[in-house]
Ligand binder design. Structure first.
Ligand code: ZN
Length: 277
């Protein structure tokens, strides 16, 4: 590896979706070998596995489980589907608890053809329905605002202000916000909203990657840190000024990187992290 021995990886976390071709066991061994300290577990990586046993395996590899990804998707045109989403989220809260993950990340959802206002009301109804279970299970729920290009079908919460407003309305220690540079870097109110998020005790997680020009695919063409136009160091300073000292979570969905040898890709992640974060 080219990284200098002084690089501090104690706050580097990688999402299993970042190295999607690897099974979680392979990801864990390789993350630990490379010096990565944390892992965020996507639900699909647990398929066919016992969450509790998998959590033990990850801790035995020396990894800290940072979050479980991703619940949410509350809005739906049919009441039955909204009810099903609530059930799915309660199940994910249980899985997070079994796994030993302190936080469940929420992509809140949206429905094409339904107004964003209605979707936002349904998101609040969904949060109200699952929050008591999260509190009882001592699992944090993190609202992740998504870039407006996803407002049609993935999230009606698109700015940090909206996420802050929603989290503050509930006044629960178990509901907060996830900041992902990919979704929020363009927002002129970002610094102010990050400060507000921290002041209210709602800043739960920090996701990093980069925005490429041109972005060739809306979902699967995220860049490695330093490869795009996001000033990650600046945003990192803002979240730290807001009192956040948790993990820096690398979350990259990229067809191009998934086609690579994942060991080489992981070394590139560590190298990019040491230079650009
Ligand atoms: Zn994210």
């Amino acid at each position: 590896m080219k990284t200098s021995p002084t690089t501090d990886l104690s706050r580097l976390c990688v999402h299993t979706a970042t190295t999607k071709p690897w099974k979680i066991e392979e990801a864990a061994k390789n993350y630990a070998r490379t010096g990565v300290s944390g892992i965020s577990v996507w639900q699909d990586s647990l398929e066919g596995r016992n969450a509790g046993k998998t959590g033990r395996m990850l801790r035995e590899c020396g990894l800290k489980i940072v979050s479980y990804v991703r619940g949410g998707f509350f809005p739906a045109t049919e009441a039955g589907d909204r009810l099903k989403a609530i059930g799915d989220n309660r199940k994910m809260i249980d899985e997070a608890a079994e796994l030993g993950a302190p936080l469940l990340v929420l992509v809140c959802g949206a429905v094409p053809g339904q107004s964003l206002e209605l979707s936002r009301r349904q998101i609040e109804d969904g949060l109200a329905a699952v929050l008591p279970h999260a509190e009882k299970s001592d699992i944090l729920l993190g609202i992740e605002p998504l870039h407006p290009m996803y407002a049609d079908s993935r999230s009606a919460i698109n700015t940090l202000k909206q996420a802050n407003d929603t989290a503050e309305r509930f006044e629960s220690r178990h509901l907060g916000v996830v900041i992902d540079v990919y979704h929020l870097w363009w927002d002129p109110d970002l610094q102010e909203q990050i400060a507000r998020c921290g002041q209210n005790g709602n800043l739960l997680a920090f996701h990093i990657c980069d925005w490429k020009t041109p972005t060739e695919d809306f979902l699967l063409d995220r860049g490695l840190m330093g490869e795009g136009c996001i000033d990650i160091k600046q945003i990192r300073r803002w979240v730290e000024s807001a009192g956040f000292h948790g993990f820096h979570e690398v979350e990259i969905f990229s067809q191009r990187y998934w086609e690579m040898d994942q060991k080489i890709f992981l070394d590139q992640i560590v190298e990019a992290y040491s230079r650009h974060v």
